[in-house]
Design a protein around this ligand. Sequence first.
Ligand SMILES: C[S@@+](CC[C@H](N)C(=O)[O-])C[C@H]1O[C@@H](n2cnc3c(N)ncnc32)[C@H](O)[C@@H]1O
Length: 390
Amino acid sequence: MSEGLEAFVKWCNSRGYKFNGLEIVRPPGDCGHGIFVKQNFRAEDVMIQIPETEMITAGAVADLPRYSKILAQADNLLTPMEILTMFFCLEEIGESPWTPYLRVLPKSFDTPSYQKRDFDPKTLPLSVRSYWENQKKEIHSITNKLIKLCPEVDSERILWAWHVVNTRCIFVENSEHEMVDNTDGDTIAVIPFVDMLNHQPTSFQGIAKHERVNGTYVVRATRTVVEGSELFVCYGPHENARLLIEYGFTLKNNPYGKVFIPHDVLFTLARIAGIQVTREHERIIQEINLPSHLYATDEGPSWALRNNIRVLLLDHEQMKDAKWKAIIYSHDPIEDEVDELIEDKLKIIIRELRDGIAAKTQKISDDVKWMWEEQVLICDTALKSFEQDE
Ligand SMILES: C[S@@+](CC[C@H](N)C(=O)[O-])C[C@H]1O[C@@H](n2cnc3c(N)ncnc32)[C@H](O)[C@@H]1O
């Protein structure tokens, strides 16, 4: 273990962190540090236990005299993200009580934002387009605010600090705090040690939770965890483009790969497949508001997509006087004939979608081409699922 890690573990112990049977390791590859298991654990066993007072939340930062002074000078309340970013901007190695922790934080990030790669949103798959646009807006706005409030920091430091928070924060439900703007919620915390856990979408073994009754933040085993393995948690059902933009990495065989089909695209594809889509169909689809997705698993098109096609196949009579509700929300099995028709139309729709995406892939720049190629593969997987059914 490096000197820095040793000092960090010592610091964690001195502050009451409990993580018997675990160690922080830097495994080969470029995923930074990770937590490895030195003994077997059974399902439900507590693996990590941290006093809740150690959670770095916006409220906890706002209670520190240095920060409450700065926050009092601001024209408006700051959001949790802004306050946490300010914290990581201003805490200095050597001066800060968090020094051993600050020393083991990454020095840089592989996200497009940190690497100064600017995607044209129009070239990104729809499923991540608004995520990318919002991320850019957020970084821009935080930079402007913090530069005014803390003249000693520059935009590079703010970009680094924002990434520390964004790649490491965890969902928690914080109590209201008078110095924190919680208009859009106050649900983030950075928790040293817990933030060393890497992401695994399907076979993760840890689940993290704030247990208020015990005054602790704990990570429990979701199943048996065997000595020698890396302990993972799941950051969320994220596809690769999102993982790259948010965290700076991608996964081989990511089961959360998905193709999002917005309603207007679905209507166009349905018309190509010979469905007579009327204004009323469009209205009902908007009312039900189920997003149409294809997923990278081999289970075929999602239930929501099938359901949307079922709506588009309703005839005029079935849509009259809201009769469609009884049909669409019924728990009865779909009649074979309708089911077959949905299947036939879906095959045409997905093939059209696939060919459209493949054509786009040819014209798109190299840095985002892989995102579209992944989408083509997902369509191919969906098309293969029909062959299995035959
Ligand atoms: C919450 S931190 C986890 C600890 C981090 N590895 C470290 O060294 O501090 C999240 C970051 O870890 C890395 N990471 C997490 N899971 C990964 C994975 N499965 N593959 C590659 N990198 C991963 C990414 O850099 C991500 O931004």
